[in-house]
Design a binder for this molecule. Structure first.
Ligand code: MN
Length: 517
């Protein structure tokens, strides 16, 4: 019998916390919906007391994403727990994840003030009391309370056992034993988890959860060692994003358990065919580029190049392939799927196969744009279709709409761009000269929106091959400490660049309008 391992996804909390650029509430909801489709058991949706945006995101996800448990993080502080309890009020099943630092380094550092005790021994006893009080407080809001013993990897073992025993006694059902600093090696971490299982007298009343960081490249290995030692929940993120070097990658842990079922005899409820799409969605929304050799989901993860490998692979896939790309949901590349003669039904059918579902209105938007692109490039690939969807179905309302674009350049003439933006039914035109057309366009845009965000990053990528291919532009704009990602796609790169900038600008304006609840 395979042991069931619960997948606790923290992409939206530990992952987003580290990503540098902020996700809007609607984008987080979209990711949460995809995580639900992927089949995760728990979504850690945010840290509600950290900002009004985080509160709102947790609240929206709790209301709209019903199958997984929705979890919010808190410190072991009543005020945090109250805010978290409020954010989760609309959830079908809500979990509060509270806790505190348990290593001596954390105790002496974070709880250095005398009010937490004057000696290390005093501080240890006082923090146990704080932990127990926090758990009891959280239980007022939900029966599903998880406790994190921060920096457990470096904590005194006897003390850790004491803390875990006390919080289970106080009512937690999941104990998270994180290697917060990514310090431990798999053999040690496995022993740590086994120790908790052996030495905590009431451990049968709770599930052990593992939360590993990748500072030494061992997050996934440690997570698997934890499962081998009896942990039944893994805390992971899509693409392994997270603080510093990141967390354990969900796709790697899931596929390791499945591919090496003979060894681990444990499995998750993840629908692996959604892994590729989940990975690309998260990378796209955060404007990240995945390394081609990224395990499981990288572009080259299934590419065989050496002659001997290719020869062997062609004779029998199993010679060099331990898992199949179709099980991860890799699209078949280079396959022509649609042309300008494809009707609405055909486009809708293909979109559904790709996992998109739309209202009739949205479908019409996508279809009209598809016809336009199909006219220009004859053959429309799945990747093009995904770029069109990304471009047409915006996650924030468009405050500014692009209605006019003229770009002029020639040898010896300064590049000049005129932009017409529509806002509140009025068109505003601005013309600017720049070092190049993109520079000129961005100067005109800054004038038109009346704000001058810093362009932190500009990237352009061809969606598929050929000179008629769609270009996808990703920009990162920084305005008063808020960083946002914008994307735009078009067969014309100036237009794609303008759309990417406007997408980001619309997000900046949408964030301004976010109220505190
Ligand atoms: Mn963490």
């Amino acid at each position: 019998m395979a042991a069931r391992v619960m997948v606790f996804d923290t992409t939206l909390r530990d992952g987003e916390q580290a990503a540098g650029s902020r996700l809007g509430v609607e984008e987080k909801v979209q990711i949460a919906r995809q995580l639900a489709r992927l089949g995760v058991d728990v979504i850690e949706a945010g840290f509600p007391c950290s900002s009004p945006q985080d509160f709102k995101a947790v609240q929206m996800i709790a209301r709209e994403v019903r199958e997984p448990v929705i979890c919010g993080l808190t410190r072991a502080v009543s005020k945090d727990i109250d805010i978290c309890g409020k954010a989760l009020a609309g959830a079908a099943r809500g979990r509060i994840h509270t806790g505190l630092g348990v290593s001596d380094i954390h105790l002496m550092g974070k709880f250095g003030a005398d009010k937490y005790g004057t000696t290390l021994m005093d501080k240890r006893q006082q923090t146990i009391a704080m932990a127990v009080a926090a758990v009891r407080h959280a239980r007022r809001y939900t029966d599903d309370v998880e406790f994190y013993a921060e920096d457990a990897g470096r904590a005194d073992r006897d003390y850790l056992v004491e803390v875990v025993t006390a919080v289970i006694e106080a009512g937690v059902t999941v104990v998270n034993i994180p290697d917060t600093t990514g310090y431990t090696a798999p053999i040690e971490y496995g022993q740590l988890i086994a120790d908790i299982g052996r030495r905590v007298p009431n451990i049968h009343q709770a599930m052990i959860s593992v939360h590993c960081h990748n500072d030494l490249g061992m997050a996934v290995a440690n997570t698997l060692a934890g499962v081998g030692a009896g942990a039944r929940q893994v805390e992971v993120t899509i693409n392994g994003i997270g603080e510093r070097a990141g967390n354990a990658a969900l796709e790697e842990v899931v596929m390791a358990l499945r591919t090496r079922h003979d060894l681990f005899k444990a499995d998750t409820a993840i629908n692996s065919r959604e892994l590729y799409r989940s990975s690309r969605m998260v990378a796209d929304k955060l404007g990240m580029v995945l390394p081609a050799n990224k395990a499981v989901v990288g572009d080259n993860a299934f590419a065989h190049s050496s002659g001997i490998h290719v020869d062997g692979f062609l004779k029998d896939r199993a010679t060099y392939e331990i898992m199949q790309p179709e099980k991860i949901g890799f699209p078949e590349t280079g396959k022509v799927v649609l042309t300008a003669r494809t009707g609405r039904h055909g486009v809708r059918h293909r979109l559904e196969e790709l996992g998109f579902s739309f209202s009739a209105e949205e479908l019409e938007l996508v279809y009209q744009r598809f016809l336009h692109v199909a006219d220009q490039k004859c053959e429309v690939f799945d990747e093009d279709l995904a770029a069109i969807v990304n471009d047409e179905i915006r996650s924030v309302p468009s405050i500014f709409e692009l209605v006019y674009l003229q770009a002029k350049t020639a040898t010896g003439v300064a590049p000049t761009v005129t932009i017409g933006l529509c806002k509140d039914d009025k068109e505003h035109r601005q013309t600017a000269v720049g070092d190049g057309l993109v520079d000129a366009a961005y100067k005109a845009l800054a004038q038109a929106i009346g704000r001058k965000p810093i362009l932190e990053r500009y990237e352009i990528k061809a969606v598929t091959g050929g000179t008629e291919a769609m270009g996808k532009v990703t920009v990162c704009l920084l305005d008063e400490d808020v960083k946002v990602i914008g994307q735009g796609a078009s067969t014309d790169i100036i237009e794609a660049s303008v759309k990417a900038y406007l997408d980001a600008a619309n997000k900046l304006f949408a964030m301004d309008g976010m109220g505190v609840e």
